[in-house]
Design a protein around this ligand. Sequence first.
Ligand SMILES: CC(C)(COP(=O)(O)OP(=O)(O)OC[C@H]1O[C@@H](n2cnc3c(N)ncnc32)[C@H](O)[C@@H]1OP(=O)(O)O)[C@@H](O)C(=O)NCCC(=O)NCCS
Length: 410
Amino acid sequence: MFRDYDPEKDKEAVLRIWREVGWIEEGKDRLAEVLARFISCGRALVAEIDGAAECLVNTAPATMRYLDQDLAFSAVLGVTTSRIARKQGLASRLAALAVGQDAAAGAQLAGLGIFEQGFYNQLGFGSGGYEYWFAFDPARLRVDVKARVPRRLTTDDWAAAHAARLARLRGHGSLNVFPAVVTEADMVWTDDGFGLGYYDGPAGELTHYLWCKAKGQSGPYSVRWASFQTREQFLELMALLRNLGDQIRLVWVQEPPGVQLQDLIEQPFKQRQISKRSDYESTVHVSAYWQVRMCDLAGCLERTHLPGDAVRFNLALTDPIERFLDDDAPWRGLAGDYVVTLGPSSGAEPGTGAGLPTLTASVGAFTRMWLGARPATGLAMTDDLAGPQELLEALDWALRLPDPKLDWEI
Ligand SMILES: CC(C)(COP(=O)(O)OP(=O)(O)OC[C@H]1O[C@@H](n2cnc3c(N)ncnc32)[C@H](O)[C@@H]1OP(=O)(O)O)[C@@H](O)C(=O)NCCC(=O)NCCS
């Protein structure tokens, strides 16, 4: 019933699923062609009913940056069940199987974008940090540089766009998803998509660009993503956006890692007030839309180098994913007792240490703490994480990390 996706046999059935869930609209033949390749770019599993694929889960190899280290990451790109197969437990079991197979093959972390909170928590995922989307009048951008004349990018430039994305300036929590078809699909998926960029690399490579969604004569436009390698390149892209402001009334921009976008907007409160409830309302939307979970505790901690004194404790870890996996599966989650050290040199060993304080946590809550999505004392109030107050405070101090940002929508 659960098996690998077979492009020859399953292509039409999985495209039917994606049409049924609204991911592909009728008549979008190029999108269907790109998505067929997108599905095959990593691991793809299907669940069959009466000989046809009715549920699909696909993942792609990626890395996540943790401070200055890159960790192997399974990017779960799609979890979809057809209209006839809902609520049979297919999506949750197939997603668990895909994560388990990626974990057994070496993924240290897995992550995904969520359709709602709760569903993936059942598989041990925990919410990442907040992401901010600003809507503002581009004419109100305060940038004192002049943008040079850019070059146009179209969906045919996916290879250069992908290479530039991989080479962009990266911060804590950022993803690089490796198959180029992922960027191609993101570009083709953008209705009325267009790009503007600069080819400043030593051999004329694309260095910085905006990939945007247009709308009509006045907007709103949305910047689907921005790639840049330096501060100067970022400011040039913002200046480029400002240049559209004679015509375009509003743009949506996701706040880039480390930047406080409001700094660059003139009179943001006045703009918000006077545009309230209009078609071009200046506003900010916030949500924690992505989730992540550790798949290899020892592997993640081996790459964790924190400044300051080490904290050592017992960890009693629970992992809800195991109930979706077979008893003889090669990877069955991370539930167990460990002795954990977090500091300049970190690690996790199975067992319990006499005299050490104990932290009790679900894998999702522990991953959130480790990544810096929220501190231990806060997670102890809202998530499945508990321990003596002194230990929680020591963990808050040890894990003073930058706000994690994927900087790559999955
Ligand atoms: C989301 C989706 C994949 C679920 O598929 P499915 O095969 O019906 O899912 P399952 O049968 O494995 O799980 C459904 C169970 O999860 C539960 N569930 C759903 N949303 C939940 C949530 N937010 N929190 C907790 N539980 C949730 C359901 O109540 C159901 O439980 P029940 O059977 O006890 O009633 C399907 O609805 C779909 O394809 N949606 C459109 C595409 C999409 O948004 N995909 C997700 C991309 S991130």
